[in-house]
Design a binder for this molecule. Sequence first.
Ligand SMILES: *[C@@H]1O[C@H](CO)[C@@H](O)[C@H](O)[C@H]1NC(C)=O
Ligand SMILES: *[C@@H]1O[C@H](CO)[C@@H](O)[C@H](O)[C@H]1NC(C)=O
Length: 472
Amino acid sequence: MISHFRTDLGIICAFIICISAVKSFHESDKIANLPGQPKVSFQQYAGFITIDEKQDRAFFYYFVEAETEPASKPLVLWLNGGPGCSSVGAGAFCEHGPFKPSGNVLVKNDYSWNKGANVLYLESPAGVGFSYSSNKSFYESVDDEMTAQDNLIFLEKWFDKFPEFKNRDFYITGESYGGHYVPQLANLILQSKAKFNLKGIAIGNPLLEFNTDFNSRAEFFWSHGLISDATYEQFTKVCNYSQIRRQLQNGNLTPVCSHVINQVSAELGKFVDTYDVTLDVCLSTASMQSEVRNHLKDKPKIDVCVEDETTMYLNRNEVQKALHARLVGVDQWTACSEVLHYKMQDLEVPTIGILGSLVKSGIRVLVYSGDQDSVLPLMGTRTLVNALAKELGLSTTVPYSPWYEGRQVAGWTQAYGYFLSFATIRGASHKAPHSQPERSLVLFDSFVNGQRLPQVNGMTQERNPLTRLTQT
Ligand SMILES: *[C@@H]1O[C@H](CO)[C@@H](O)[C@H](O)[C@H]1NC(C)=O
Ligand SMILES: *[C@@H]1O[C@H](CO)[C@@H](O)[C@H](O)[C@H]1NC(C)=O
């Protein structure tokens, strides 16, 4: 029904230059009100964009305009990873969207990224979240190249629907497997000569190079006290994590590696959140309710059950209706796809080199790491960015130094040349904005505004660094 409606308007527009009809393209995606949301002054849109009419493949998006002056703020696309996880579920409702679900209602997020930008959350590839392919054979083998191509088609069609954003400063951001999606899409945009005003990309705890990234896990576990000295030695010398990961993917785990990973698992235990080794885990839906109450009483506490709450929220009929969403070929909305068979060999395709070509093209690249993540730890990422800077012959423009949010250290940063920078977010998880929303927002705002991260903590009295280094 909806696609027929669009086709009719498309025909009308082919014959007459009709601004009002173009405008009504996105008026139909305007969200009146999300169930349980507090009153807000900015506009929200959601709906499907057809990627392939013949195969009936369509992407679902959720778009939030900037809280103030959206016409003068940049446009930012956000992509979660997986591969196969939802940017609406994770990015919008658990990380940096305007609201977070809490029980039956949505609570305003005070550190939402739409304070400084218009933010577009995309569920990609087809098979993720509400995005679908009617021809289910599509799900049998989806890879990075197909994903980037579909993402580009999505953007072209989305800009047709929102033409006022087409010349806007445009940034692509994401995390985790977004370390593939984001640079690959940026690269395709440059190659395709699409007339988007791409200014930069930012990726958090990204997968950039299989061996370096995954092998940094051992050191992270060990240095955070999650595994013993003896196991660390096995884990680095006998069978390392990239071997284990590769063998698990190919279904041929050797007895030696099996022994090592069992030892690691036994020492880690079942109740540590590897995406943030300092966070508590969400124990159950039942205990979640008391967590929610605690959360409301005690504001700064992080709701570790927000993912479960998002899943419940997005599966409510009235919520799907308000979002102009519907389920096609699946019974439930899930945070990560249960139908998609992603080509796992693509995990081994390095994307660090793509960052290099983006930098050379004058696209700003920010790579950041939540420093409590053991899944794609900061050490691997920092090593890769350092090596890239060296390879590109970039000199350090901001030496490795702390940056600040308020009066406290928010992380460390280093910049190379004018287009490449690295930053950690102190105390942050794999999904950095989930556990460190204020620090993440400062990083995000600095990035889209092309500003240096705050280098002073606003305190007049400097503490003597040497005293700190010598005292125990
Ligand atoms: C369904 O998709 C598969 C794989 O993309 C393709 O080979 C096939 O031709 C499609 N089927 C139809 C009926 O279009
Ligand atoms: C991991 O193990 C493989 C196979 O032994 C080896 O080639 C590689 O160098 C190791 N990586 C690290 C970081 O130790």
